[in-house]
Design a protein around this ligand. Structure first.
Ligand code: SF4
Length: 311
């Protein structure tokens, strides 16, 4: 029988759960509109749902009126943005994932020690902008963004520099490991966390999609095009030799293409709702007479507290 296999774990992580909860609790407590700086998490359906409840997504704080309530997205913000909110005495809530905040603290610590800071990440991603913006140049420190192996090789700073390394939380584990190896060889005084800063949710979903890709003919990753961790899942499936697509919802799937496959794997990025996974699995099962099975177990048991005012 043809089958659909669901990867475990998949979908929402603790940081995304918390960020959405913060927005929903703020809506209940303060009423609409609630302003959110940047997409609270990178998922089109989550954003549309919150917009329908009265959330206004903005790019910059000057779009918020003085009596407005504003929330910072799960990706985190720079010191400059946080200080601007304080200066204007805006009522703000920080939905930054605590695992991103941990990276911010590392950057602040390295800065105060006067170390050069290397950040492995993707230019333009809001998490990277927030993390770069936590660097403090007042102690003689400098920060450099490294996007790939070439940039690591070409980085032109003295070999014996005191250096602290951090990474974006949603990168490919394999790619990051290779970049770190190059940096370790180049800079003997490189200080870094025990492994890297790639979060548990990214790691677990990447491990699960590798397993999934070996079991199926085709992988559907549910997630938005601007979701870093969802893109990494699609790339990983393809690197395992299994064709893959990234879709927001059922209507994005070219059903004709699926007719030839005997087994289809489904997974979801850390910002993609489980309801979408279930809807896609159910529709495909009905259309193609697929059996639905699970692969692996979801052993994640991580929760992050809400800000006291919203508990
Ligand atoms: S993907 Fe990781 S860092 Fe990002 S919100 Fe989820 S747990 Fe936090």
């Amino acid at each position: 029988m043809k089958k659909i296999i669901l990867a475990n774990p998949r979908g929402f992580c603790a940081g995304v759960d918390r960020a959405i909860d913060i927005v929903e609790k703020a809506l209940i407590k303060f009423g609409s509109p609630i302003y959110v700086r940047h997409e609270v998490v990178h998922n089109k359906l989550v954003v549309q749902n919150l917009q329908s409840k009265g959330v206004i997504f903005i790019n910059e704080l000057d779009e918020v009126p003085n009596d407005g309530v504003v929330i910072f997205s799960a990706h985190g913000v720079s010191n400059k943005v946080e200080n601007a909110a304080k200066t204007r005495k805006l009522r703000y809530f920080d939905a930054t994932c605590p695992l991103v905040s941990k990276v911010h603290h590392q950057v602040e610590r390295y800065s105060k020690l006067g170390k050069k800071v290397l950040l492995i990440g993707h230019k333009g991603h809001p998490e990277v902008e927030g993390t770069m913006g936590r660097h403090n140049p007042n102690f003689g420190s400098e920060i450099y963004l490294i996007q790939d192996q070439d940039e690591a090789r070409e980085l032109n700073i003295p070999r014996n520099s005191e250096i602290g390394l951090v990474t974006q939380t949603t990168l490919s584990l394999d790619d990051t490991r290779e970049i770190i190896e190059i940096l370790k060889q180049k800079f003997p005084k490189l200080e870094m966390p025990r492994n890297d800063d790639i979060c548990y949710a990214t790691q677990n979903r990447q491990d699960a999609v590798k397993q999934l890709a070996l079991e199926v003919d085709f992988v559907i990753v549910i997630g938005s095009k601007n979701s870093s961790n969802s893109n990494r899942l699609k790339e990983l499936a393809e690197r395992c030799g299994t064709p893959a697509i990234l879709v927001d919802e059922f209507k994005d799937i070219d059903l004709k293409k699926l007719e030839v496959f005997n087994s289809i794997g489904l997974t979801a990025g850390a910002s993609a709702p489980e309801a979408t996974v279930q809807e896609i699995a159910k529709n495909l099962a009905e259309l193609f007479n697929f059996d639905i099975k699970n692969l692996g177990q979801n052993k994640e048991n991580i929760f992050f507290k809400l800000p006291p005012e919203l508990r």
